[in-house]
Design a protein around this ligand. Structure first.
Ligand SMILES: O=C(O)CCC(=O)C(=O)O
Length: 217
């Protein structure tokens, strides 16, 4: 495929930096030590609902087991990892070989890339079946992501709470990620802050979150 490169779009292999005009259209929500931007309505409500249904049906969702403190634990959501062939990602102590892009994921990736002016080569897909599914506190700072990762996180379906907490000051940010919103994390954020999606007993609907990433092979 021939990729047409916009003026702000870095070539593959360059360190990505987000399109300045896009970044200027939303404030940085992190008070210090990194950048967090939230673009609500990146996709419209109807379109987001359509994508939720398509991706629920066509992605190769898996139940994953990880080992924490010597104990095998079932991850409380379904996951899958797609990307370019080189995008092997090791997290939670497990090597993840990428599945081949589906047309749907590729279309969404290219829309996010055009909006942000950043090229991604992989996406971690999380499926929260309802509010009993969750994601624990963590930072995305595996070495394959490079020094200051740029992570674009697209939410589809149920609104879920996303918490960020500063490692030293314990300052926190609370964001409700609604369907169609695009969250961007970049700069030093992953070194100083952790984030999570807690359980929500009032949530009965599914949600998919796609985090587009750039793996350095
Ligand atoms: O579901 C979300 O919004 C968070 C996803 C996340 O933190 C991750 O994939 O590392």
């Amino acid at each position: 495929m021939t990729r047409v490169r916009g003026p702000d779009m870095p070539i593959a292999g360059e360190l990505p930096s987000v399109n300045r005009a896009t970044r200027a259209s939303a404030p940085n929500l992190a008070p210090a030590d990194g950048e967090v931007y939230l673009f609500r309505g990146f996709l419209g409500a109807e379109e987001s609902a359509r994508w939720l249904a398509v991706l629920e049906a066509e992605l190769a969702w898996q139940h994953e087991w990880i080992v924490i403190a010597g104990k095998r634990v079932l991850v409380p959501r379904r996951v899958c990892w797609y990307g370019d062939e080189c995008a092997v990602y090791r997290y939670s102590g497990v090597d993840h070989q990428p599945l081949r892009w589906t047309p749907g994921l590729l279309e969404l990736k290219e829309r996010v890339e055009r909006f942000l002016g950043v090229v991604f080569n992989s996406v971690l897909c999380n499926h929260y079946r309802d509010g009993a599914d969750s994601m624990g506190w963590h930072a995305d700072k595996e070495k394959e992501l490079g020094r200051d990762p740029v992570i674009a996180s697209l939410s589809l379906g149920a609104t879920r709470r996303f918490l960020l907490r500063h490692n030293k000051t314990r300052e926190s940010l609370v964001l409700d990620l609604d369907s169609g919103s695009l969250l961007l994390m970049q700069g030093a954020l992953q070194h100083h802050w952790r984030h999570c999606v807690p359980k929500d007993r009032n949530c009965r609907a599914p949600r998919i979150n796609l985090t587009f990433r750039r793996i350095n092979p």
